[in-house]
Design a protein around this ligand. Structure first.
Ligand code: TXA
Ligand code: MG
Length: 349
């Protein structure tokens, strides 16, 4: 059993010591819980891949405490074009933004999956920041779930052998920082010659980023060869598979999931659950064995925050099918629909 701990100073001192000693711990961030290791410790980072059963070709995000510590992961100084792009977005930090930059040579190949770039972010969760400030090294942390399962947004999600066969035995400690505010993973943007590219939508919207860069959302979101390697199956990942709409299944519950708009009639012989983004009326509610309402008013920030926990609960409710609402892929809605399409293994349009 791993130990769930409150984020006292003593616990954070102990957590920093565990990381320094090459151990893995689960930490809260404002997006999802992360499975943390010393990013400079090759063996510790390798343990992340074993714990998550993550293929070695899927690189990790490196977390640092402050902008002046980016050089612990990325090659600084940056080329002027990249430095300009970074300047455009730097005040989203601390926060749910990850930038992909040329890597520093002292970051191990395990972290970057052998690429010449590294993904870096400064999280805003106060517990993550207090821990980072205690560590003389950056922290590599993917989401603290088994590969291809739903990301954890509560401390308890990091400790469930049912949800995460294999993962909990690698985790020395889970620091409980409460429920994650955003509930979907950080926005990832590659800073590169020729213009920045959105690799993963998240809490910082594509519209906000495009505005800062002075480009259109279409320019920001156009295909790039440096898309995140989202296939966690370990099979060959070609650039064709990484094109929009071609990414592999990800974030999937075990129970089949379908989008509400794609469902005309429900078979009465099945136990069906519904994840609703806003209050349903009574006649609608009565058609389902279980209903989870993510927001009374349909507020998409609340939907994002509750989405993964609802998917996990539904997945353990003995259902034959989960039906989930959809929203416009705008603002945080783009991140919500990205995760839902992956969970339902339907192509992104
Ligand atoms: O919100 C988050 O970003 C959370 C918290 C814990 O910080 N972390 C997270 O990590 O979502 P993970 O491993 O679940 O997702 C990292 C994504 C993967 O899709 C990976 O392929 C991509 O980042 N990535 C990492 N390094 C990259 C690089 N050098 N180039 C392109 N994509 C990269
Ligand atoms: Mg993940």
């Amino acid at each position: 059993m791993t130990l769930i701990q409150p984020p006292s100073d003593q616990v954070l001192d102990r957590a920093a010591a565990l990381l320094a000693d090459g151990k893995l711990i689960a930490i809260p961030t404002e997006t999802v819980y992360g499975l943390a290791a010393n990013a400079w410790d090759r063996d510790a980072v390798a343990k992340i891949f074993a714990a998550k059963q993550r293929p070695a070709n899927n690189p990790l995000i490196v977390h640092v405490a402050a902008v002046d510590r980016i050089a612990e992961a990325a090659m600084m100084p940056l080329a002027p074009e990249l430095q300009h792009q970074l300047d455009c977005v730097v005040d989203f930090w601390p926060g749910p933004l990850t930038v992909v930059l040329p890597r520093a040579s002292h970051i191990s190949d395990w972290v970057t999956a052998g690429r010449d770039t590294v993904a870096v972010r400064i999280p805003s969760h106060p517990v993550a920041l207090r821990l980072l400030e205690r560590c003389p090294f950056p922290i590599a942390a993917p989401s603290a779930n088994r590969s291809n399962y739903v990301s954890p947004t509560m401390a308890q999600h990091c400790d469930g052998p049912m949800d995460q066969p294999g993962i909990h035995q690698f985790i020395e400690m889970v620091i409980d920082g409460g429920d994650c505010d955003f509930g979907v993973e950080s926005t990832i943007v590659a800073l590169q010659q020729g213009g920045p590219r959105l690799l993963r939508p998240g809490g910082i919207s594509a519209e906000m980023l495009a505005d800062r860069f002075g480009i259109t959302v279409e320019q920001l979101t156009q295909a790039t060869n440096d898309r995140p390697v989202e296939s966690e199956t370990g099979n060959e990942v070609t650039s064709a598979m990484l094109a929009p709409g071609m990414m592999k299944e990800h974030y999937s519950p075990s129970t089949p999931l379908v989008l509400y708009s794609a469902t005309q009639a429900n078979s009465s012989s099945k136990r069906v659950g519904r994840i609703a983004f806003a209050q349903l009326d009574a006649s609608d509610t009565s058609r389902y064995a279980v209903v989870e309402t993510l927001s009374d008013s349909g507020d998409l920030r609340e939907v994002a925050k509750g989405l993964f926990a609802a998917l996990r609960r539904m997945d353990h409710a003995g259902l034959d099918l989960i039906v989930i609402d959809t929203c416009e892929p705008v603002g945080i809605g783009l991140a919500i629909m990205d995760r839902i399409h992956r969970a339902a293994a339907t192509p992104l349009s």
